[in-house]
Each structure stands twice: as structure tokens, then as C-alpha cells.
Design a protein around this ligand. Sequence first.
Ligand SMILES: [Zn+2]
Length: 231
Amino acid sequence: MLIKPHLRDFVSLFFPPACAGCGAVLGKGEPVICVACAYHLPYTHFHKDPANRGARQLWGRVPLEGVTAYLYFYEPSRVQNIVHLLKYRNRPDIGVAMGRKYGEVLCGTAPYSKADCIIPVPLHPRKLRRRGYNQSASFGQGLSVTMQKPLIENGLRQCRPTKSQTRKGRYQRFENSRKVFEVTDPELLSGKHILLVDDVLTTGATVEACAAALLADPTVRVSVVTLAHAL
Ligand SMILES: [Zn+2]
């Protein structure tokens, strides 16, 4: 919905925008997170360290150019609030804002700065209909703006919903999710270096399965960028 600026000011008198990290009322010019949160968020700085713990987590599982995450995720925390609002409270704008900020950092750092395009981890169509947006695509959209790389929102598709995998071992989990993702248009991605984007890196099984689908073409290279990394 388009709201004229003066009307937006009027509306925010009654519903003042709140910081996605701590809930404090935002001042004018503070987009999505307040100055204090922007200062105190637990930044990983993974992009400066090719052997970071996210990358090490995926070593030997799938060959990647780089793996990085913007923030550490732990509970309870400002990052947990941010991710919760992004995923469950109809706030795709938070993903876009965080993506823009991290894109400013990554556009000066190889291998991420050298990538050709951005593809988000897809949601199953049923889940996408329910939520109304793909939170990873929102994050990718923000990255796309500041890194000036095209976002291919439907570059991958999910063919069936992932079942609860908590009781399975890592290999079984991988086997179970491996066949779920498909490249929509393999010709389009031939020879490309792709930034694969997700919200939170936990076991790495989803990212691994998506990367494996993309890397079925030997001319493709993949780097992984997530909003957060769960400890
Ligand atoms: Zn805050």
C-alpha cells in the first residue's frame, strides 16, 4: 500500500515504528533497527575469514567459493527478534534492510563481490502462499540493491516439503533433503558464480542440498550468504 509522506507521519503518531532488534521507538532516519542495536548486534565478520566456522561446517560436504553470515543467532537476543519478525510477523522489509546493510559490506569483499547473481533458498509453494513472501528472497533483494547484482528469485524450486528431520543423523538428513531442490532454468545459470542466500544457517543441510542442485552443472560456482549463523 502506498502512503503519502504526511499521512505516514500521521499514522506513525499512533503506531510509531519500533526497532526490530529491541522494540524501542525508532527516530526519523532510523530504518528498521535503532542506532544502539546497529552498534551492538553480534556481527560475525565471517567474510574476512575464509576458514570461519560457517565455512568449516560445510567443508567436505559441498565445494563452495565462500560461506559467510552477517550475524550470530542465539536465544534470546536482538537477532532472534529480527529473525522472528522477518519470518513470522509479515516483515519482509526487515530482510531487505538487513540485506542492504550486509551488501554494503560484501561488495568490497571477494569472492562475494565477484558473484554474478543471487538466488534465495526457495520455500515450498504451500508455505510461500501461507507466508506471502520468501524471507530469504527479501534478504537477497536487499543484497541485490547494494551489491548491484540481479536477484533470480525463482532460480531454485522446492519440489516437496521437507519433513521434520530432527531425529535423523546428518547423512540421512542430507539424503532426505538432497532431491528436494531443482534448478528452474539450468541454461540461464551456466558458467555463473551464484550467491546462494538463506535466513539462518543451522545444520547446513538445506544450503548443502541447494548448492548440490546448482553444482550439478560443473561450470557453476556457489558462495553462501546467510543473515545469521546459529551457534
Ligand atoms: Zn534497537
